[in-house]
Design a protein around this ligand. Structure first.
Ligand SMILES: CC(C)=CCC/C(C)=C/CC/C(C)=C/COP(=O)(O)OP(=O)(O)O
Length: 336
């Protein structure tokens, strides 16, 4: 097992028992739905072991704690909280996007309906707050406030994402700002929450935050790439969902700015085109001819370099910085 895979695995063994304890507090109906989404039970509530997600955010939380010299086992509450906020956003996102597959299984709303899925998401968001506020350490209020702000920012990003679907074109800078809100806010919050719970000095928290912002945008770029060119058997998600919804993903937004016949074709398709298999395939062909995937991968690699630079020359613990750098590389190279 390589470094990041080992770190993600270690996170699961430290965080999942605490996550289960938190989820156990829910009423039996929502407990089953949330446990299903997290890959612990099947839709009848019988125990199973399914894909519960990569655990990137809690891994960042534990690595961030290590980076400021804290014991990761003392900040598990923060790791649990960011994973809960993340999963709340996924369950609600699947409703909004009408996606029927996530983590290789039917989505929550497609099994139990929208009202139950909304409540399951809400329950995870409120459990996240509860878990952090229960922490009695001196850093807990700072951590709780930061998590609330990150959640509000993520919601702001999601509203913009929806609004951009209705607009013909969106400047790339605006699309990156939206993605930073939608995705980087929680990755940055994840990277600092362990450090905040450990009451770390602001000078140590600042580079971790900046790292999380850069890594978060790289994460979204790769997510957008996988949504267009990924293998659904590997990603475990519905294929071409962003294209069918005519979303202004980052590669699409960049492609529209290229001022060529293919950019014009894409613009025309976004305004009046259909979403049959062959129409989607033509849109992908245009993106391929523009080399939009190469652009996105290079941009993500540059952001990973920027994230590594954020940690360079700081007083953060060297081994943990190395782990964060490996995680950044993993985020860029991931296929799911
Ligand atoms: C309010 C609201 C609905 C907001 C939606 C925000 C949203 C869905 C942003 C996208 C974030 C993202 C790239 C998720 C995939 O994470 P991942 O690949 O780490 O997923 P995993 O846990 O399955 O591995």
């Amino acid at each position: 097992m390589n470094g990041p895979d080992r770190a993600l695995d270690e996170t699961r063994s430290l965080v999942v028992p605490a996550l289960r304890k938190a989820v156990d507090r829910l009423d039996p109906q929502l407990r089953k739905v949330v446990a299903y989404h997290l890959g612990w039970v099947d839709e009848h509530g019988d125990p199973t072991v399914e894909d519960g997600g990569k655990a990137v955010r809690p891994t960042l939380a534990l690595a961030g704690a290590r980076a400021v010299g804290a014991d990761p086992s003392a900040v598990v509450a923060g790791a649990v909280a960011v994973e809960l906020v993340h999963n709340f956003s996924l369950v609600h996102d699947d409703i909004m996007d009408r996606d029927v597959t996530r983590r290789h299984r039917p989505t929550v709303w497609s099994i139990w309906g929208e009202p139950t899925a909304i409540l399951a998401g809400d329950a995870m968001a409120s459990l996240a707050r509860e878990v952090v506020l229960e922490d009695t350490g001196t850093g807990a209020p700072r951590a709780a406030l930061m998590l609330e702000r990150a959640t509000r920012t993520l919601i702001h990003g999601q509203v913009q994402d929806m609004e951009f679907e209705e607009r013909g074109t969106v400047p790339l800078a605006e699309c990156e700002a939206m993605s930073t809100r939608k995705t980087s806010s929680l990755l940055a919050a994840s990277t600092v929450i362990g450090a905040l719970l450990a009451d770390a000095d602001r000078d140590l928290v600042r580079p971790l935050w900046s790292y999380g912002i850069h890594v978060g945008l790289a994460f979204q770029l790769i997510d957008d790439v996988l949504g267009i060119w990924g293998d659904p058997k590997v990603t475990g998600k519905s294929n071409h969902s962003d294209l069918r919804a005519k979303k202004k993903s980052l590669p699409m937004t960049w492609a529209l700015e290229q001022g060529s016949a293919d950019a014009d074709r894409l613009r025309a398709w976004l305004t009046t085109g259909g979403t049959t298999e062959s129409e989607i395939a033509s849109a992908v062909d245009a993106l391929d001819r523009l080399r939009a995937k190469d652009w996105a991968e290079h941009r993500a690699a540059d952001l990973v370099d920027a994230a590594k630079n954020d940690l360079d020359g700081t007083a953060l613990v060297r081994d943990a910085v190395d782990e964060l750098c490996e995680l950044a590389d993993f985020i860029c190279a991931r296929k799911a």
